[in-house]
Design a protein around this ligand. Structure first.
Ligand code: PMV
Length: 314
């Protein structure tokens, strides 16, 4: 049997992170420059049910049965088998590789889940629809994040820009004019569950203040969608700045993020904001094809450990 493989891109949130957990809309786009790849090879010489997991980059070479039940990979594989009504899978090796930085707001966990679920369902002869992949990957996200909105697994499964409202069917939309984003990584690992949990505690103490901030972020996401659909992406700059100010007020920025956001603006970005969970991780800056290099240099000089220039298009 030939090996089966599947890939899934990274992602970045343009607008509405955190507020999206509380039901407000958000916009996320795939980042195709980085991706997770999963390859599955049948091992007919091994007894049925033996699944070997190989992820060389993180020195992982184990039998699935030896991983803890709450491991996200176990959940992705078991979820797939259960959905297909298969109790014992044919023996196989699942090889995982990924160029998506971990715990940096680029969706590395969700991308590995999506690629695993997609490759395994195909390997087992019953390739899932995007909808099935997305909903199984969401179950795995709950292990990573605690209370995920579902935006990561959605944008990564569909691999196109999405306007996302928690619990509602996915809305894809037209990017009338492509635009350029520079992503700057602080290099500070930022587990999303931590920043989401910290913010939830603050919200519980003072829901009125935080709900007002979430409402404002939701309105910005709506305005951003209109600008993208109208083909006036330059309007996204001020919207990014406003969204960043709200995220500061939510308490999810950090010194390093502030430094990179300021450096991007100084280098000519029309707008910049932190992206994702915050307290570390990534920020984004709105660029033009001409200003992208200068912004990249400014970010590296201000301490970014990595930058990615990506074009947002359909
Ligand atoms: O840190 P990231 O990019 O995986 O994004 C988390 C986005 C949040 O809105 C903070 C959480 C969520 O589940 O939507």
């Amino acid at each position: 049997m030939p090996a089966i493989s599947a890939t899934a891109p990274g992602k970045i949130i343009l607008f509405g992170e955190h507020a999206v957990v509380y039901g407000r809309p958000a916009i996320a786009v795939p980042v195709h420059q980085v991706q997770a790849r999963v390859m599955i090879q049948a091992e007919p010489r091994n007894p049925s049910g033996c699944i070997r997991i190989l992820a060389q980059a993180v020195n992982l070479d184990v039998w699935l049965a030896d991983l803890p039940r709450e491991d996200p990979l176990v959940s992705a594989v078991r979820g797939t088998l259960t959905a297909l009504g298969i109790e014992i899978a044919p023996a196989c090796t699942i090889r995982i590789s990924s160029s998506i930085p971990v715990a940096a707001g680029l969706g590395s966990g969700a991308a590995v889940s999506v690629a695993t679920i997609r490759a395994l369902s195909t390997f087992l002869g019953q390739a899932f629809t995007d909808e099935q992949v997305c909903s199984l990957a969401y179950e795995v996200e709950k292990i990573h994040h605690g209370t995920p909105s579902g935006i990561d697994n959605t944008v990564i499964t569909y691999a196109r820009p999405v306007y996302f409202v928690r619990g509602q069917p996915i809305e894809v939309f037209q990017v009338a004019r492509p635009f350029t984003i520079v992503i700057g990584d602080t290099g500070i690992p930022s587990p999303t569950a931590q920043s989401v949990g910290d913010l939830r505690r603050r919200w519980q103490v003072d829901p009125t203040t935080y709900d007002t901030l979430f409402d404002a972020a939701g309105l910005i996401a709506q305005a951003a969608r209109l600008a993208i659909e109208r083909g006036t992406p330059e309007e996204l700059g001020p919207l990014m700045d406003q969204n960043h100010a709200l995220l500061q007020e939510m308490g999810v920025s950090s010194l390093e993020l502030e430094r990179l956001v300021a450096a991007a603006r100084l280098a000519g970005a029309v707008g910049a904001k932190l992206s994702g969970g915050g307290q570390g991780g990534n920020m984004i800056a709105l660029a033009t094809p001409e200003s992208a290099d200068r912004i990249t240099e400014g970010l590296m000089a201000a301490g970014a450990v990595r930058t990615i220039v990506t074009e947002v298009r359909n």
